[in-house]
Design a protein around this ligand. Structure first.
Ligand code: ADP
Ligand code: MG
Length: 249
């Protein structure tokens, strides 16, 4: 598709292909995320969800296709990948806070180093954000003092601290004890309600149904179904989607 005639949107993936050796992991993926939309990416383990998210963040090279961010072809090799990553917030499954930095330093690091915000401004903003998620009291603490759920909430705060255009979440609750999942999902829900644009891989089907605008089902690197959340769960069109959903009943 011609980028110039494409409808405006925040993220447009066109014909993304990626192989690891002989294995085709992304097999011609087309995916759109509009500004302020929440799109849930679901699919079995190994279906390519993480690879797709890493592709958007330019952590994977692609063999073919186009990645448009706010209309700009960021898959062009001449593009400054660090500048693109600075516009995207990312949180992975395993909370990956810097263990040797305080919670506040974790949250403010990118603002100070990448976005060159003065320390006082970055810290004021960081404390506001931590306060908004009830974690201001941990600002000076090191990550290992926090529960897994608290750490993951800090990781999310860190990802949004620089005001990214897009937030990528890769199974952010999968590594958590069940009793800690709720507090992390509540934070994602509040970001979604606040208009943050989110593309999230998740196994939390009830959450996807409640929070996502659209649900995209990936199977062996192909998008099998891409539908409004309500439709996806109540009236899936594809047999493979129905089969996938029965695993969560
Ligand atoms: P998901 O996140 O849906 O579980 P992944 O994107 O992690 O799926 O993986 C999709 C497929 O790509 C899997 O078969 C996985 O083994 C393979 N894969 C992912 N990363 C690599 C890599 N760096 N080298 C080789 N194979 C990989
Ligand atoms: Mg994954």
């Amino acid at each position: 598709m011609n980028a110039a005639t494409d409808t405006p949107g925040l993220l447009r993936l066109r014909g993304i292909r990626r192989s690891f050796g002989e294995k085709l992991v992304l097999d011609g993926v087309d995916l759109d995320v509009d500004a302020h939309q929440v799109v849930a990416l679901v699919g079995a383990s190994g279906s390519g969800k993480s690879t797709l998210l890493r592709t958007v963040n330019l952590l994977e090279t692609i063999d073919d296709g186009e990645i448009l961010l706010a209309g700009e072809d960021v898959s062009d090799p001449r593009v400054d990948a660090d500048a693109v990553r600075a516009r995207i917030g990312v949180v992975f499954q395993h909370y990956n806070l810097f263990p040797h930095l305080s919670v506040l330093d974790n949250v403010t690091l990118a603002a100070r180093l990448v976005h060159r915000m003065p320390r006082a401004d970055a810290e004021r903003r960081g404390l506001e954000l931590l306060d908004s998620v009830g974690l201001a009291g941990f600002a000076a603490a090191f990550p290992d003092r926090l529960s897994g759920g608290q750490q993951q909430r800090v990781a999310i705060v860190r990802a949004i601290a620089t005001g990214p255009e897009l937030l990528l979440l890769d199974e952010v609750t999968s590594a958590l004890d069940p009793e800690l999942v709720g507090e992390v999902l509540a934070l994602v829900r509040s970001l979604a309600e606040g208009g943050t644009t989110i593309l999230m891989a998740t196994h939390e089907m009830a959450f996807a149904r409640e929070v996502a605008d659209r649900v995209v089902f990936l199977d062996a690197g192909r998008i099998i179904e891409d539908a409004p959340a309500h439709e996806f769960f109540t009236a899936p069109r594809e047999a493979r989607t129905r089969e996938f959903l029965t695993r969560f009943l």
